[in-house]
Design a protein around this ligand. Sequence first.
Ligand code: KE4
Length: 427
Amino acid sequence: MRDTSKSLYVRATQVIPGGVNSPARAFGAVGGNPLFFDRGEGSRITDADGNSYIDYVCSWGPLILGHSNPRIVEALKRVIESGTSFGAPTRVEIELADLVCEMVPSIEMVRMVSSGTEATMSAVRLARGHTGRTKVMKFEGCWHGHADSFLIQAGSSALTTGAPDSPGVTDGTASDTVTAPFNDLETVEKVVQENKDELAAIIVEPIAGNMGVIPPSPGFLQGLRQMTSDLGIVLIFDEVISGFRVAPGGAQELYGVTPDMTTLGKIIGGGLPVGAFGGKKEIMSDISPLGKKVSQAGTLSGNPLAMTAGVEMLRALREPGVYDQLEASAAKLAAGWEANIASTGLGYTINRVGSMMTMFCTQEEVTNFEAACGADQDAFSRYFWGMLEGGVYVAPSVFEAAFVSTVHSGADIEQTIEAHGKALAKV
Ligand code: KE4
């Protein structure tokens, strides 16, 4: 009997907790069982039941060139027979590091790892080792992966599963993390002053993508930059989502604010496991085996397959016109969604920065975590299933982004707008 998502899910739950290898996929916010997918090609993915969807999850951001990008696939075919991992340096790691440093000038040196979590965890440890200070500030609703220090009022799957302050994180660890509302400089100032001699770093998603998309308010990033410069606090931009997404140089290029360190992931691996942290040479020179020897390591760090995919990805993104195309497609999609919202009178809010966007089922402006949590999640769940019926796969949680790729065609956008209108009618 042919496998279905349902039968695969039943089998998966026997051996994999919740049947998923990441809770973001568990459909916790929308009910029902997760879809299992067999293949992706361009803008479309096909599930185990043979249903095809236009995909806006894009593996949570990496697939800015779509699924099975021919250029990346061909490059991987060329290298895979030369070996998959050596646990020793390879020339392709230098190629990707050169590209990252060229496209993100604030990164003078970069260390490759195998996930965004590793990148952010390592960046904070380095900031602590470099400054000799203990505390880190993060923002309510931001998600920086699942390292203990970040699981305090965290976003993304921590929100979806209702555990923004995760069990298993000790009080000792939690006491070294302070939080403030995103886009609230006044509160940041207050909390910074209360902790200024202990704060090693402020880590921020310069464009929040894990409580839904929330752009920085005018002056917010500039204010963080000023405060951290004045007090010798390391400013870390977590650009795991926004890096190479909203501009070749990420959010720091878009908003003209230069952090001390940047964390990357997703897009730089072209769909393979990757992360990276980098920044000022003065700071990076304290990571082991250099300087203060802040410990950090990884068996598959700089893996030649992930590096090869990343090199092809970034070379493609450097080509003229890519970001103009992404902006045109995303703007057309957003305009169609706005028109649908207007015709239903629902008054829902759309936040968009370039090719990342979220529709919140609320009439309020969404500028922070509290406002995002005020959106109608039941309405979102009905919307999600309505979009699926229309052949469109958006993230199974409002606390995520919809991503437009270079291969979402005009016809895809039109079909998505039509499905969106029908889904709203059922909300
Ligand atoms: P990973 O460890 O999942 O590669 O990256 C962690 C991370 C760090 N920083 C930001 C800004 C991120 O968005 C992420 C991971 N994003 C989530 C979804 N928004 C990944 C999906 C999942 O957890 O399954």
